[in-house]
Design a protein around this ligand. Structure first.
Ligand SMILES: [Fe+2]
Length: 243
C-alpha cells in the first residue's frame, strides 16, 4: 500500500518534531501495511515554507535514517501545496513537487474557511497544462462541507480528491465524518491517505478506515481507493468508480 499524504519529515511543519518521531511514524506505516510513503510537508501555509530543493534533500536524509534503522519503507519527496495567489504562476514554472515521477499529480490544499475567487481559474490552468490537482481532504474544509456541489464542480472539471483515513474513523469531528461518508457515497473521493502527523495525536488509522469502508461501502470501493494511490504514484490514469 502507498500513502500519498503524510507529514514524516522532521521539524519542517506541524508534523514530526524530531527524527525519532519520523522513525516512529515510519515503523507505524510499515505496521499498517504501507511500503511507500510520499512525504508531503505543508508548503505556503502560514509560516510553513518548504521549497522543492529543501524537501528533496531532507527526504534523502530521512530515507538513509529509515534504512539505518532497518525499517522496510521507501519515501519520496512531494508537497501539500496551499492554494494562494502565486499558485498558478509557480506551478506552471515547475516550482512545486508532484506526487509522482512524471509531474502529473499534485496535492493541493485549500484554506479551512474559504475558497478563493482565483482558485477555479488556477485549477483550470493546471488541467490545461496536463497536471491533475488532487484536493487534499475536502471533508475537512468548510467550503466543501457546506457546499458539496462546489466539490462536484471541481471533480467534473477533472480534479481528483483525497479523503483522510482519520476522518472516517472519527479522529476528527462527527461533522467531518459525515461529510467524508457523503462525499464517498456521491463518488467524489478517489483516493485515501493517512495525513499522519504524530504517532499518537494524528496516527495513520489506515487499516481501521479501510475496515469501515469495506463493511459500510464495499470491498470493491475499498480496493479502488487503495489502488488509486499506487496509480497516482505511477502516473497512471484514474477512472471514476463504477458500482
Ligand atoms: Fe496534510
Amino acid at each position: 500500500m502507498i500513502d500519498i499524504h503524510a507529514h514524516l519529515l522532521p521539524e519542517v511543519d506541524d508534523g514530526a518534531d524530531s527524527i525519532e518521531e519520523t522513525l516512529r511514524l515510519a515503523r507505524a506505516a510499515v505496521k499498517e501495511g504501507i511500503t511507500h510513503t510520499v512525504l508531503t510537508p505543508h508548503h505556503n501555509l502560514n509560516w510553513f515554507i518548504n521549497e522543492k530543493d529543501k524537501v528533496i534533500k531532507l527526504t534523502e536524509m530521512v530515507q538513509k535514517e529509515i534504512e539505518a534503522a532497518g525499517i522496510p519503507l521507501t519515501v519520496s519527496p512531494s508537497q501539500e501545496i496551499r492554494m494562494n495567489e502565486e499558485f498558478a504562476e509557480e506551478i506552471l514554472a515547475g516550482n512545486y513537487l508532484p506526487l509522482d515521477q512524471k509531474g502529473k499529480y499534485y496535492l493541493v490544499e485549500f484554506s479551512w474557511n474559504e475558497f478563493p475567487d482565483f482558485a477555479r481559474s488556477y485549477l483550470k490552468q493546471m488541467l490545461d497544462a496536463g497536471m491533475i490537482p488532487i484536493i487534499a481532504h475536502p471533508e475537512r474544509q468548510n467550503p466543501f462541507i457546506k457546499n458539496i456541489d462546489l466539490l462536484r464542480e471541481l471533480i467534473d472539471m477533472g480534479c481528483l480528491s483525497q479523503v483522510t483515513a482519520s476522518s472516517i474513523t472519527g479522529g476528527y469531528t462527527r461533522r467531518i465524518r459525515r461529510a467524508a461518508k457523503k462525499m464517498m457515497k456521491e463518488n467524489l473521493i478517489h483516493v485515501i491517505a493517512s495525513d499522519t502527523h504524530h504517532h499518537v495525536k494524528r496516527p495513520h488509522n489506515m487499516v481501521e478506515a479501510l475496515r469501515i469502508i469495506d463493511k459500510k461501502f464495499s470491498p470493491e470501493y475499498k480496493d479502488y481507493l487503495v489502488n488509486n494511490a499506487t496509480k497516482i504514484y505511477n502516473s497512471e490514469e484514474i477512472q471514476p468508480f463504477h458500482k
